[in-house]
Design a protein. Structure first.
Length: 188
């Protein structure tokens, strides 16, 4: 009898990019169910709230494939994976620069729960050089990010930055990096 294979694809997704989408589609071809798990706890200072990140991912993925679900999680990733009854974590690798961090993450997760395996997919070459951070950096200065992120994300980025929102979530623009702070706004 065929046993259903569920993989968990965790991330901050601040915001989801076309690179993530590509990995989700490719991951779905390998597993019966793919859960896109959006982290509440993250060392990053997200631009989008958890609810916004989940909502944007859902909108971008659409609901035509019942084998892909998006949900938030908090606490330790491996505990969430175990609670979900899954054993596989899916992660993308872009360049060598990702390797060390991903290696640490995978080994720590394995130490915490040995039964959970991390599976890596190479990111498609078109998305090798994009990241959520670089997309936010461009969008925050009015740069055109069309084609790099789903349309709903493009609109939301535009709206956030049109409201004068948050350079804290865009580290290369942070005041400590000599970034621009709109007049009348504090650096906090
Ligand atoms: N194409 C293009 N870019 C990609 C990509 C792809 N296929 N896959 C990842 N990226 C980019 C993302 O845009 C992102 O860029 P950024 O760093 O500029 O934001 C970066 O690579 C990775 O981000 P993301 O995919 O969102 O994952 P993450 O590394 O932020 O996720 C968690 C980290 C959520 C898995 C980790 O913090 C976690 O497990 N948290 C839960 C708490 C926990 O268990 N902690 C202990 C872990 S040992």
């Amino acid at each position: 009898m065929h046993q259903e294979r569920t993989a968990i694809y965790p991330g901050t997704f601040d915001p989801l990019t076309n690179g993530h989408l590509s990995l989700i589609r490719r991951g779905r071809e390998l597993f019966d169910q793919l859960v896109v798990a959006v982290a509440a706890e993250t060392p990053k200072h997200p631009l989008f709230t958890l609810e916004e990140r989940v909502q944007l991912a859902r909108e971008a993925i659409g609901d035509s494939d019942s084998g892909i679900v998006v949900e938030p999680f908090d606490g330790l990733l491996v505990d969430y994976v175990a609670k979900r009854g899954a054993h596989i974590l899916l992660r993308g690798l872009r360049a060598v620069s990702d390797f060390e961090y991903e290696f640490q993450l995978a080994l720590m997760n394995r130490r915490l729960r040995r039964e959970i395996q991390t599976v890596f997919l190479m990111t498609d070459y078109q998305w090798l050089y994009i990241s959520s951070t670089i997309v936010k950096a461009a969008a925050s200065l009015g740069g055109n990010v069309h084609g790099l992120v789903p349309e709903c994300v493009e609109r939301s980025l535009h709206n956030k930055y049109a409201l004068g929102e948050v350079r804290r979530a865009t580290p290369c623009l942070a005041p400590s990096a000599g970034g621009f702070v709109p007049s009348g706004k504090s650096n906090a």
